[in-house]
Ligand binder design. Structure first.
Ligand SMILES: [Zn+2]
Length: 254
């Protein structure tokens, strides 16, 4: 009787192990050939627009830390409540929280085949963390695209940007490039559109200065790793042409 029980126990545990091996294998298998693309660019360079178009063309979801955070706030989660005040007062959300949201997201099957990172990483240390997070799944950043726009073009674009005044919606529009259907009204929730405080011309120059200062090391890091490609995205180049060049560089280095 004792021996039978021991044998039975042995069967159960080895059977269990096999299942876990299979689950683990499936998990990693699913992520083979996954493609992770990072879109970099100054404020107003068109990261959001190009990411959206690229997402449709490559059939990959966008992973935007801004959107993850807005979703937490809208759902009233613990993290959301913690960050709501910070976001409202225009302060930066601590790195640990952004990381937590990102690693939660990367565990979800919807990102197993890859993702387009919009607005992350912003700093060298975030890039290093992202590399480690993806490496855990046997993946890596496949290509980094820097949308290259001259400063005068950026200032012009940012001053024409509009954002939905409903904080939990946060849809963005642009008077020239992405006008709302009804003037000054959000297509999604019909709230009034406003100019973000930091899109006002006097603030824009400061933001661009800060961007160039902080993104320098990040750019050089990706350049050293031979991952970075610059794509011209100025006001004379339409979004379709930018997208074509972005797709070209992604396929070229695939
Ligand atoms: Zn809205």
């Amino acid at each position: 009787m004792g021996e039978l029980l021991v044998n039975l126990w042995h069967e159960i545990t080895t059977f269990g192990q096999e299942i876990w091996l299979r689950v683990a294998w499936l998990f990693f298998w699913k992520r083979r050939g996954a493609r992770y693309i990072v879109i970099l660019g100054a404020p107003g360079a068109g990261k959001g627009t190009i990411s959206t178009m690229l997402s449709a063309r490559m059939n990959l979801p966008i992973l935007s830390t801004g959107n993850l955070l807005r979703r937490e706030i809208a759902n009233g989660t613990a993290i959301g409540k913690q960050c709501e005040e910070l976001v409202k007062s225009g302060q930066f959300v601590p790195d640990e929280i952004v990381l937590q949201l990102l690693s939660q997201a990367l565990d979800k099957p919807e990102y197993f085949q890859g993702a387009i990172f919009d607005g992350y990483p912003r700093t060298l240390s975030q890039a290093e963390t992202l590399r480690k997070m993806l490496a855990w799944w046997g993946n890596k950043v496949n290509r980094v695209v820097l949308l290259d726009v001259e400063e005068k073009d950026l200032v012009e674009r940012l001053s024409l940007r509009r954002i939905c005044s409903n904080k939990s919606c946060g849809q963005t529009f642009h008077v020239n490039f992405k006008p709302p259907r009804a003037e000054n009204q959000c297509d999604v929730c019909q709230s009034e559109l406003t100019v973000r405080d930091d899109d006002k011309p006097e603030v824009v120059k400061d933001r661009l200065y800060v961007f160039h200062e902080t993104s320098g090391p990040l750019r050089r890091y990706y350049e050293r790793n031979r991952l970075l490609t610059r794509v011209v995205a100025d006001n004379t180049t339409g979004p379709d042409d930018v997208l074509r060049n972005v797709l070209f560089t992604i396929e070229q280095f695939d």
